[in-house]
Design a protein. Sequence first.
Length: 167
Amino acid sequence: MTFPLRNRVALGLGAGLIVSQLALYVRRLRTTAAADAGYLRRLHDTAELSQAAGAPDAVVDQVGRQLADTLALRGWRFEYGNLMGHPARLTQDGEVVVDRQPWDLERRGWPEGEIELRAAANGHYCGRFMILPAPGTVPSRQVRLVAVTLADHAGAALDTARPVADR
């Protein structure tokens, strides 16, 4: 039994379309896996440094550089001590809050100006990263959660370095 030429052409085109879509899907999976491996490496390297370093400032500096790379930042700085003002904030759940209200990051992009990312450990505030995102960049929630975890590593290093009486 043979199929007419137009049916064979249609089947060939359909098969070609399916194969190209599968190839595209595999390429996306590879890209995602490579990105995930990079994020995991950053988290592991920072955890290792925070456990080994005698100076928490080294952890803060490394985390700041990793945040700049992970979130595509124009700049960052770290503030020790008390909270001042009410800047926009990247929260522990990866969401952004402006004036204590949820901010639709995916739809509106980053809010203007610096954004606070707190570094804490054991319920104790240790400082904050003030990050300045590049315009037009909106990292996924997964990427923002990586950033929050990196900041937590800095908080843990700072908390560990405090005298026992201050804890």
